[in-house]
Design a protein. Structure first.
Length: 263
């Protein structure tokens, strides 16, 4: 048993949605630093292309930007067609694109549910559905295709903040992942990472104002670092993770077992 091979992603083709910044960038960087060819996509063209250039420069893998607004069905289709033009196989799909909305219950808008459920769950299904042929092609190379969905502890434990559509969408994503895993095995595994607090645009307000209090409430006494989420993705993408499917794995510093922080 070779320890290095258990986590090896060198030469693999990976797509990370929402890879231009935040958690998506952390994940993409982990793959590139370990020799993968990584496509990143987000609607922020500037951030997407800038991140791709920087990660490629750092190497040894390569990062390629294909900007797209993945909240729309048509843009998901366009992204898939772009990948099909360039690649015969996709080894790993990381569905990370997501958005949140916080507002008090009495004024929480109906449009927030439409926006969040569309991007956070419906388009994950759309993109996965369209990319199944490329993921299945990995089997011809002796690999098991991997789908990693980026969920949240808010989909397991109700959050203290009023982010109703977000927590609902992440709970739905966890269940969708389990359901898909029963259909796509044995050629493709499907798993979800239920993330705790990481430095991202989505968490910016909370961490800018309450990072020390939030960190102190966790058993590990800190928020997530880039290597925490990248390492989990590498494990699920390598040989060491090929018999793991249908799981929701907390990457949360103990958030789920900690007393809710009073923010």
């Amino acid at each position: 048993m070779d320890l290095n091979n258990l986590f090896d992603v060198k030469g693999k083709v990976v797509l990370v949605t929402g890879g231009g910044r935040g958690v998506g960038e952390m994940i993409a960087a982990g793959y590139v630093l370990n020799g993968a060819k990584v496509y990143i996509s987000s609607r922020d063209v500037k951030a997407c292309e800038s991140t791709a250039q920087r990660l490629t420069k750092d190497g040894p893998g390569k990062c390629i930007a294909i900007p797209a607004d993945l909240s729309t069905y048509e843009e998901c289709e366009r992204l898939v067609k772009e990948l099909e033009k360039r690649e015969e196989v996709l080894h790993v799909l990381v569905n990370n694109s997501g958005v949140t909305w916080g507002e008090e219950l009495s004024t929480y808008p109906d449009s927030a549910f439409t926006k969040l459920l569309t991007l956070n769950i419906q388009r994950v299904f759309t993109l996965t559905q369209k990319l199944i042929p490329l993921l299945n092609n990995a089997k011809e190379q002796g690999h098991v295709g991997r789908i990693i969905n980026i969920g949240s502890i808010n989909g397991i434990k109700p959050p203290g903040l009023e982010t109703y559509a977000y927590s609902a969408s992440k709970a739905a994503l966890h269940q969708l992942s389990k359901h898909l895993s029963t259909r796509l095995g044995p050629s493709i595994t499907v798993n979800t990472l239920a993330l705790g607090p990481f430095r991202s645009k989505m968490m910016k307000f909370t961490l800018d104002n309450f990072e020390s209090e939030l960190a102190d409430s966790l058993p590990m006494k800190r928020i997530g670092a880039p290597e925490d989420v990248a390492a989990a993705c590498l494990w699920l993408s390598g040989k060491g993770g090929q018999w793991v499917t249908g799981t929701v794995i907390p990457i949360d510093g103990g958030s789920l077992v900690a007393t809710q922080a009073k923010l």
